[in-house]
Design a protein. Structure first.
Length: 406
């Protein structure tokens, strides 16, 4: 009898094991999700997608911003990739050339759904390597009280670099307060901030595989950096852009370049402020800005690449993406136009310059070693703002140094 019970118990174990195997048979799309929590909108639509795709589960792992991309890279290099990860689009070329991610080609209809130049942020060698999921642009904020104190019209921001430098000088000389906030810390957004000047003067850093940074357009941007430095926050190399923003929120600087998130923070201050398109350089064809996107990259070797692409396009589809982007306060510029965006801008008019700059904006330059590129750009900027190099010399050195990273 004991033997029979033992055999019966063994049978139940086998049956339970078989049932568990059946229950666990769902295929999984693993997703490295950057941040401190999954956005509730994404949680909602993950469940909706799973409901429509029986037998599939999306397993999102939340990883802090500073570690998430490194974790995705480490797993891919080790041969144990996740299916999908949130990455800076600037890294896509490096991932692709190391055969760590797969192509995510878009149809003409898909490309046309985005604002101009967005698809360029994920494109090289004629195809796309990620699905844009987050987007930011910059505009010029000015302190109206400081403008008035300096004898400037508080309702008229600068429209050109020449005016911007002149206004910064007047604020500094008339009030003793810095006219402009130029960040030049050893930090990634030091490069980003300079690229806004490049793209407001019709400049480029790389064209295909050709380094084109040593051009009159980029030289003019670097010269403008030198010219505005004396009227900027003292000790530029001590600050990154969010630290400069904090000074503006405290009313201690006349003008800064910042994203839409600054507007929401300013609502909680006593600062009288305005926001306008970034001032244009002498070669500008229109209002511009650096177009920074993050993307969903699909990693090679997970075994679920096609389904991961399907899910990535679903979770970033127009209606879901608008719901995610337009919550307010996150600093995200909409990736696509639409009636809902028009209504959003009507309700929050300060958004307009962040969208107007897209048409003549440009992507983060794609290099095979993005950190190498970033470090060259930071060194170039720092050498000029500290007076260690003249703009033309710094630009030539940067152009030569970038060759190894293209």
């Amino acid at each position: 009898m004991t033997k029979s019970l033992t055999m019966l118990a063994g049978s139940f174990v086998l049956l339970a094991s078989s049932a568990l195997t059946t229950l666990a048979a769902d295929q999984e799309i693993s997703w490295i999700y950057c941040g401190d929590k999954i956005d509730p909108i994404h949680e909602k639509y993950i469940k909706e997608w799973e409901g429509k795709n029986e037998g599939w589960k999306v397993k999102a792992e939340v990883v802090g911003w500073e570690q998430c991309q490194d974790k995705a890279t480490t797993l891919a290099v080790a041969g144990t990739p996740v299916a999908m990860a949130y990455v800076g689009s600037r890294t896509l070329k490096e991932f692709a050339q190391n055969e760590l991610i797969v192509q995510v080609p878009m149809t003409d209809e898909e490309k046309a759904s985005y604002y101009p130049n967005i698809v360029d942020t994920v494109t090289f060698d004629g195809t796309q390597w990620g699905v844009p999921v987050a987007f930011s642009t910059k505009a010029l904020y000015w302190n109206k009280a400081l403008f008035k104190e300096a004898g400037l019209d508080p309702e008229t921001p600068p429209k050109t670099w020449e005016e911007e430098i002149a206004f910064a000088k007047q604020i500094k000389e008339k009030t003793g307060i810095a006219g402009y906030g130029l960040p030049a810390k050893t930090f990634d957004n030091t490069m980003h901030q300079f690229m806004h000047w490049v793209y407001t003067n019709n400049g480029k850093v790389i064209d295909g595989d050709k380094i084109v940074i040593d051009s009159p357009e980029v030289l003019a941007a670097l010269q403008a950096y030198k010219d505005i430095t004396p009227y900027s926050v003292e000790g530029a190399t001590a600050y990154e852009q969010n630290e400069i923003r904090a000074i503006f929120l405290d009313g201690k600087v006349g003008m800064i370049q910042a994203g839409s998130g600054a507007a929401y923070r300013l609502k909680d201050t006593k600062v009288e402020w305005g926001v306008a398109p970034l001032p244009k350089g002498p070669s500008a064809k229109g209002e511009g800005t650096l177009l920074i996107t993050d993307s969903l990259a699909i990693f090679s070797g997970s075994g679920v690449e096609e389904k991961a692409i399907e899910f990535a396009k679903y979770i970033t589809s127009t209606d879901i993406q608008h719901e995610y982007e337009l919550q307010g306060g996150a600093g995200l510029t909409p990736l696509r136009p639409g009636a809902v965006v028009d209504q959003f801008v009507a309700n929050e008019p300060f958004w307009k310059p962040f969208i107007d700059g897209i048409a003549y904006g440009g992507p983060e330059p794609l290099f095979t070693d993005y950190k190498g590129f970033q470090n060259v750009m930071i060194e170039m900027v720092q050498s000029v703002v500290t007076g260690k190099a003249e703009p033309a010399d710094a630009l030539k050195k940067a152009a030569a140094d970038l060759e190894q990273y293209k």
